[in-house]
Design a protein around this ligand. Structure first.
Ligand SMILES: CC(C)(COP(=O)(O)OP(=O)(O)OC[C@H]1O[C@@H](n2cnc3c(N)ncnc32)[C@H](O)[C@@H]1OP(=O)(O)O)[C@@H](O)C(=O)NCCC(=O)NCCS
Length: 167
């Protein structure tokens, strides 16, 4: 199977929104993570899509969020793969691509609210963010962190907040 991963472009946006809506449903708007994204743009340099036979079939995005010390770091997600091609490694390939891009940018860390079973193999840990919270419930998922600079997450305590909304 030949799929290509590229940076997201403006022509992908409608298809990404449909993919996310189908994957997470309208209930996603009530989740704690939604307040971090609503009215704010994703980080364009870390948004990747997979195309298969010309169709956009998977997407990963990151949003900026603010740590208690005022530093901004990327929050991974949403990640979604079209149901008919799940289990083929496209999700993992997009995560790898996103992590590498964030690391190369010099950002000190990545946060995610996700399933530890899926994200632990990439180095995401719950104990790294033991003293951080997202200002609302995240169960049954968990807040996890991946540090490129030691202490950038684990050295902090308090609530992670959204960046100011776009005007
Ligand atoms: C989660 C998702 C992105 C994975 O995409 P994918 O392309 O199927 O992932 P991959 O093929 O790279 O990996 C699949 C593997 O991850 C496992 N996996 C998927 N979701 C998992 C989870 N929540 N916890 C643990 N393992 C998980 C699968 O069982 C499979 O395991 P295997 O390789 O041993 O068979 C996809 O299932 C999806 O879009 N789900 C709906 C949206 C969603 O839940 N996104 C994640 C939000 S945290």
């Amino acid at each position: 199977m030949n799929y290509a991963i590229t940076l997201e472009s403006p022509k992908d946006i409608d298809a990404i929104e449909t993919l996310i809506e189908d994957a997470f449903g309208p209930g996603r708007r009530t989740r704690t993570v939604f307040q971090f994204r609503d009215g704010r743009a994703p980080l364009a340099e870390f948004g990747f899509v997979a195309h298969l036979d010309g169709d956009m079939v998977a997407s990963i995005r990151f949003w900026p969020v603010v740590l208690p010390n005022g530093q901004t770091v990327p929050l991974l997600g949403p990640l979604a793969v079209r149901p008919e091609i799940r289990g083929l490694g496209i999700g993992r390939a997009l995560i790898r691509k996103g992590i590498d891009a964030v690391m190369e940018s010099g950002a000190p860390a990545i946060l995610i609210i996700g399933d530890p079973g899926y994200y632990a193999p990439f180095g995401f840990r719950v104990d790294t963010v033991h003293d951080l919270d997202m200002g609302g419930p995240v169960m049954p998922l968990a807040l996890m962190g991946l540090e490129f600079v030691e202490g950038s997450l684990s050295g902090q305590s308090g609530t992670v907040t959204p960046v100011p909304a776009d005007v």
